[in-house]
Design a protein around this ligand. Structure first.
Ligand SMILES: NC(=O)c1ccc[n+]([C@@H]2O[C@H](COP(=O)([O-])OP(=O)(O)OC[C@H]3O[C@@H](n4cnc5c(N)ncnc54)[C@H](OP(=O)(O)O)[C@@H]3O)[C@@H](O)[C@H]2O)c1
Length: 273
């Protein structure tokens, strides 16, 4: 990794998270070039990380071993067409753009390129991200490893063998933070409805989410067993769990996440044109 030149097209939230993760992991800032639409963004990125900056995407990717595409999905086509002439067969293209398939990217860049498509999530901003990733057939083992190391600088990485599985990944971890926010919102509101002040309900809810996640991450049993262990027969938790089950919580999640996954497939279709 330490000898690689990495160009970021897009210097927004996601690009800056990864740049921060890479530098923290020991990559020299001089190995990184950031490209954005505005001079203002580039100045901000240079000030924060001391990386090289370039307004012209084609110049930014010249001599890059890895090109990270971190622009909004709607403008990925325009960017891909602009940088294609400067890529070589050795260049790894790593996309973090939601919903753009490797086939669509290959259509715009050229069929011969090694492409890793990833689906990171918002907690990457705190290096607590969870990314799904897929490597196309042109990727060598080394390129896949490089893609892995870059994504791992902001959290965990799970690889899928079939690109279609990035839609369920989107439904689990891509959209997942919002489900937890919704659940926390509902728990805070319910606490307030029962008499707690909002600040206390909020602090108790958020710390409980953090503690439960930490327990789930470090325990040597699965989450179902953890739940059983805190659900004493005849106790308070059992009452709540029974109520959730009677109100079809599992079917609710299955339906919601199927809707997210289906929308992922639909968007890929629309954005890939
Ligand atoms: N944020 C997340 O949690 C998250 C999670 C999963 C996936 N993603 C994916 O990550 C990608 C980036 O998201 P983001 O949240 O980082 O977006 P963002 O903060 O809006 O950043 C987009 C960046 O693209 C730059 N840009 C726009 N047009 C450009 C062009 N023609 N050439 C070069 N750069 C250009 C913008 O430059 P200016 O700053 O100068 O306008 C900006 O730096 C998206 O595709 C998104 O789907 C994000």
């Amino acid at each position: 990794m330490k000898d690689l030149q990495i160009a970021f097209i897009g210097a927004g939230n996601m690009a800056r998270s990864i740049i921060g993760g890479l530098i923290e992991g020991g990559l020299a800032a001089g190995n990184i070039t950031a490209c954005a639409r505005t001079e203002e963004s580039l100045q901000k990125t240079a000030q924060e990380f001391q990386v090289n900056t370039e307004l012209d995407a084609l110049k930014a990717v010249k001599n890059a071993d890895v090109v990270v595409l971190a622009v909004k999905p709607q403008i990925l086509k325009e960017v891909a067409l602009a940088i294609a002439p400067a890529l070589t067969k050795q260049t790894l293209v790593l996309s973090v753009a939601a919903g753009i398939t490797t086939d669509s990217m290959a259509k715009w860049l050229g069929q011969e390129f090694a492409i890793v498509r990833s689906m990171p999530n918002t907690p990457s901003l705190l290096q607590l991200g969870a990314s799904g990733a897929f490597a196309n057939a042109n990727c060598s083992v080394e390129q896949r490893q490089i893609g892995n190391d870059i994504l791992a600088s902001v959290g965990i990485v799970e690889w899928v063998d079939s690109e279609a599985l990035l839609n369920p990944v989107t439904a689990v971890s891509g959209s997942g933070p919002a489900y937890y926010f919704l659940m926390m919102e509902a728990m805070i509101d319910a606490g307030v409805a029962m008499g707690l002040d909002r600040d206390s309900a909020s602090k108790l809810t958020i710390q409980t989410a953090l503690g439960a996640a930490k327990l789930a991450q470090t325990a040597d049993v699965d989450v179902a067993e953890l739940r059983r262990r805190v659900t004493s027969p005849g106790g308070t938790t059992e009452q709540a769990i029974n109520s959730f089950e009677q109100n079809h919580i599992r079917a609710t999640f299955t339906c919601a996440m199927k809707a997210a996954s289906d929308r992922g497939a639909e968007l890929a279709e629309i954005l890939g044109k």
